[in-house]
Structure formats: structure tokens, C-alpha cells
Design a protein around this ligand. Structure first.
Ligand SMILES: Cc1ncc(COP(=O)(O)O)c(C=O)c1O
Length: 375
């Protein structure tokens, strides 16, 4: 049994108010439309073994922080792929290949997106090529291989793996199924986002008429955060304060919000939160996030292991929760924001607040998870 961590000393690294925040439901649903979102739910909810993931109360943590409720969307059991990414890549594969069995699918990934694309390709009997950087663990590579994908390891970081994926895909006429958008490549990333929005449909039903006042959204390239914003516009009656959290070493959304345009950052050290270690916000998500995010916060890797352990040892909830590295920053940044009276006041975080957090992944990298748990 571990001793409970003293969370009152936890601090965020930076906190920024978005001066251009102006949530517009119609603008958001012009980018990711109601039809896009509804079609994804209609399709995914018919997949074998589909069932909504749990919305868990972090009742012990809300008491500690003096908030009304904290809801935690636990994606650790999503289609046994162990992250919300199961909803995006596999859905995009299905939509873009439209039953054509001769298409070879390709993608670059930090791990979870590739797992989804490989799984989706396998379900449809399609060949699949996955490009990974030197930072993607061998464990994650093995899981993708187990779904029948060919794995191509590329020297350098995620960007290098994406460049190589694009190069080889052009040469070989493979269909890229990427979760990142660029000029002239927006349809597939939109499909992945529409898939992620299934989470908000489930949440809107699980909330059972309770309103959330705040939501903290993890961002890598911003796809999941923007999809949740679109889900809020589609499914919720009220607009909560929308806060984006990123690793302190990869704050590409915060830096872009600061200057009101997409800013590519330089990552000096890769975060352990590999899925969120991204240097540039993706185009489609940016169009949604730039005016809908109310605040950005960043957090250091120091709280990853502590949060993983507290979730696992039922210190934040009555339930034992398997939360991997990318599941932790929602929880740790909320703690840090509540520890800082100015931030707490700025966000109106108080005893009436109902906060929604995302447990984006479970032990998707089992080896890293065990290391964090036993550290
Ligand atoms: C496992 C995982 N991968 C990736 C991401 C980043 O998603 P996106 O790149 O769409 O912002 C997250 C977000 O928290 C995550 O939990």
C-alpha cells in the first residue's frame, strides 16, 4: 500500500488565458458538422463489442479539492485497445477505404493511433504499414504487429516518421490515414475527430442532466481536444470553461493561443506522455480551438507516476483506475490549478464546480505503466 501523495504542493508550469475566447456553436459545427459527428456514432455504435466506457466519480479528490464533482471518462477499456484512439483511426480506415479490399493503409504514430489504424485494417482485411519514431516503445510496436501491421522504424522523432510515411506512401500509392491535418489533407483527420466525438455523446447521456462547469482536455496535436469541443457544441446544453492541458515541454497549443496563430515549437526533451509530445497543432483542430478554449495550462512530467499510483490505489476515487501516462495531466493540472488561488479564482473553480476529466488511456504501454506504478 502506498502512502497518499501530498497533493497540496503540486504546481502547474504555466497558465494562460485565451484573450480570443468566444465559443461559437455554429462556427464549430461548420468545421466538424453535426452530420460528421452523428454518422460516426451511428457507425461505431454498431461495431462488435461496442459499449460506452465508464464515467467515474473522483469522489475522494473532489472532497480534497473542495469541488462539487469530478467526472473521469475512463478510456482504459475502449475496445480492448486501451485508449480513446480506438474510435478515430479505425473509423477513418473504414470510411476512407469504402469496402475496397485492395487498398494498403499507412500511418505514422506515437502508438495509440497506429494501434487503432492497424486494428481497423485487420477488421477489414486490409494491409497496413505503420511508421514509428525511435521514441515509440518496442512494446507498442509489438501490439501493432499483433494486428498484422508491418512496422517501419524511422530515426528521429514523430515528425521524421510522418515525413517518411508520406514519402513511401506517395511512392507506393498507399492510403495515408493520419490524425494530423495539413493543407489539402483534412478529410481523414476530420473523420478521426468525428470518431473521438463518440466519447461526448456517451458522456452527455451518462451525466444524466447534470451540467459540467469545467472540462480539461489533453492535447497533442489537438485532435481529441477539438473533437470534444465539437462534441460539447453538438450534445451539451451549456458551455463549460474549456481548458487545454499539455506537457510543459510540448505546449504547442498554448504557444499558438498566445500569439493567435499556429506556432511550431521546438521540443527540447520528449515528454513521457508520448502521445502528447507534439510540436505543432493540427490545422483542423486549430480552427476549432483558437476561439473556444478559455485557458491553457502546462504540467511537468514529475506528477505522472504519482498520479498513476493514486488512480490505481483508489486514492482519488472509490474505484481502482488504470490510467496510463496520458491520462494523468487532466488530474494533476486540476490539482495544481486548485492549489493556486489566483488561477482558481480566474476559473471560478469552487464548491459548485463539476469538472470533467479524460482518462485518455489505460496501460496501453504495459511495461511503462508497470514502471510508473512501481517507481
Ligand atoms: C494516448 C493519447 N495519445 C494522444 C493524445 C493526443 O491527442 P491529439 O494528438 O489528438 O491531441 C492523447 C491526448 O491526451 C492521448 O491521451
Amino acid at each position: 500500500m502506498s502512502s497518499e501523495p501530498e497533493v497540496s504542493s503540486w504546481k502547474y508550469s504555466s497558465f494562460l488565458k485565451n484573450e480570443n475566447s468566444n465559443f461559437s456553436k455554429s462556427d464549430i459545427l461548420n468545421i466538424l458538422t453535426k452530420q460528421d459527428i452523428d454518422e460516426a456514432y451511428k457507425t461505431i455504435s454498431k461495431w462488435d463489442n461496442y459499449s460506452p466506457t465508464q464515467l467515474i466519480f473522483l469522489n475522494k479528490l473532489s472532497k480534497k479539492l473542495n469541488l462539487n464533482k469530478i467526472f473521469y471518462k475512463d478510456e482504459s477499456k475502449r475496445f480492448h485497445l486501451k485508449s480513446f484512439k480506438a474510435l478515430g483511426g479505425a473509423y477513418a480506415v473504414e470510411k476512407i477505404t469504402k469496402g475496397n479490399k485492395d487498398i494498403v493503409v499507412s500511418t505514422a504514430t506515437a502508438g495509440n493511433h497506429g494501434r487503432s489504424v492497424a486494428w481497423g485494417s485487420k477488421k477489414l482485411g486490409l494491409k497496413c504499414k505503420i511508421f514509428i519514431s525511435e521514441y515509440v516503445s518496442e512494446f507498442r510496436a509489438k501490439v501493432m504487429k499483433s494486428f498484422g501491421a508491418d512496422i517501419v522504424r524511422v530515426r528521429g522523432n514523430y515528425d521524421n516518421s510522418l515525413k517518411e510515411c508520406i514519402k513511401q506512401s506517395k511512392q507506393n500509392n498507399w492510403q495515408i490515414v493520419q490524425d494530423v491535418a495539413w493543407q489539402d489533407y483534412k478529410l481523414v483527420p476530420k473523420l478521426t475527430m468525428a470518431g473521438y466525438a463518440v466519447m461526448m455523446k456517451e458522456i452527455s447521456e451518462q451525466l444524466n442532466s447534470q451540467q459540467i462547469s469545467h472540462v480539461i482536455l489533453q492535447a497533442g496535436v489537438g485532435g481529441m481536444a477539438a473533437a470534444m469541443v465539437a462534441g460539447i457544441a453538438r450534445y451539451l446544453d451549456n458551455v463549460p470553461k474549456i481548458i487545454v492541458v499539455e506537457p510543459e515541454s510540448a505546449a504547442c497549443v498554448l504557444e499558438s493561443i498566445k500569439v493567435n496563430k499556429i506556432k511550431k515549437i521546438i521540443i527540447k526533451e520528449e515528454s513521457l506522455m508520448g502521445g502528447m509530445s507534439c510540436d505543432e497543432v493540427s490545422l483542423v483542430p486549430w480552427e476549432i480551438l483558437k476561439n473556444s478554449v478559455s485557458h491553457c495550462v502546462t504540467i511537468s512530467d514529475n506528477y505522472i507516476a504519482k498520479t498513476v499510483k493514486s488512480l490505481a490505489n483508489s486514492e482519488f476515487s472509490n474505484e481502482k483506475i488504470i490510467g496510463g501516462e496520458c491520462s494523468t495531466p487532466g488530474v494533476s493540472s486540476l490539482i495544481a490549478l486548485c492549489n493556486e488561488s489566483d488561477a482558481k479564482k480566474e476559473l471560478s473553480l469552487n464548491e459548485n464546480s463539476n469538472v470533467l476529466l479524460f482518462g485518455c488511456e489505460g496501460d496501453a504501454d504495459e511495461e511503462l505503466y508497470q514502471k510508473l506504478l512501481n517507481s
